[in-house]
Design a protein around this ligand. Structure first.
Ligand SMILES: NC(=O)c1ccc[n+]([C@@H]2O[C@H](COP(=O)([O-])OP(=O)(O)OC[C@H]3O[C@@H](n4cnc5c(N)ncnc54)[C@H](OP(=O)(O)O)[C@@H]3O)[C@@H](O)[C@H]2O)c1
Length: 240
């Protein structure tokens, strides 16, 4: 899978990692970049088509899918992260609405187009899918759920020729973690590593120094082996 000449949709494309992904797709020669944003966006490159897309809004998701028509790569990047302590159910629901059901809803809307193109889905999850940071437990729950969604979709869509990538992103220098005084990767470096991972057909992409240090452990570990076993079991059951 190369990015050149491809049609790419990035959600949350107006700032942070999403904006860097849109720019990197252009740099790699994408034919068209659909920039999903909640607010109107103007971009100097004529290959960028702004798309109004709040990922919690079913009508906007449908309208965007009709506007776009054909698509090679869907990048579910839009996300929210708020501090909480699990005492407020509404905070958990808010995170799930964007980070899980937003990803789910957009993916369902583009599945026919991605099946036609034998394309790819790239879900910008988080290292917190693997272990929660209890300063943002609701966020961590939503990312663990989004990762599980990604793993199941990978198995379920393999037969249709659609690749499904999880990005286990670590700390990146964006508005999202402005308050954390820790080493962070630049959004531009993370965007490059994400597209490198897609081009190299890595199922799970570890796009920054902190996550990259865990890549080998994850890929060779029991949880990954179990994911593969379960996927094979489901495939065998479906074939029988
Ligand atoms: N930064 C990190 O350290 C880090 C680490 C791991 C994973 N991630 C993941 O990377 C992704 C991008 O994060 P970021 O760091 O670039 O964060 P960011 O700078 O806060 O940007 C978040 C983006 O998501 C959009 N968004 C939020 N809610 C939305 C909704 N309901 N519909 C559509 N768009 C929505 C925002 O749009 P508005 O401008 O309209 O709010 C913005 O474009 C997220 O999924 C995040 O969980 C980030």
């Amino acid at each position: 899978m190369t990015i050149a000449a491809k049609t790419v949709l990035v959600t949350g494309a107006n700032r942070g990692i999403g904006r860097a992904l849109a720019e990197e797709a252009l740099r790699r020669g994408a034919k068209r970049v659909y920039a999903g944003t909640r607010q109107p966006l103007a971009h100097p490159d004529s290959r960028v088509t702004p798309v109004t897309l709040d990922v919690t809004n079913a009508a906007q998701i449908q309208a965007a899918a009709q506007q776009i028509g054909s698509l090679d790569i869907l990048i579910n990047n839009a996300g929210i992260a708020l501090y909480d302590d699990l005492s407020d159910r509404a905070a958990l629901e808010r995170h799930l609405a964007v980070n899980l059901f937003g990803t789910y809803g957009v993916t369902q809307a583009y599945l026919p187009a991605l099946t036609r193109s034998r394309g790819a889905i790239v879900n910008n999850v988080s290292l917190m899918a693997l272990a929660p940071l209890p300063l943002t437990p609701a966020y961590s729950v939503s990312k663990a759920a989004a990762f599980s969604l990604t793993q199941s979709l990978r198995a379920l869509l393999a037969g249709r020729g659609v690749r499904v990538h999880a990005v286990l992103t670590g700390p990146t220098d964006t508005d999202m973690n402005r308050g954390f005084d820790i080493p962070k990767a630049s959004p531009e470096a993370v965007a490059r590593a994400i597209f490198d991972g897609v081009e190299n057909e890595e199922e799970d992409i570890f796009p920054d120094p902190m996550s990259a240090a865990m890549a080998d452990g994850w890929r060779g570990g029991v949880a990954k082996a179990f994911e593969r076993e379960n996927a094979a079991l489901a495939q065998a059951a479906a074939a029988a």
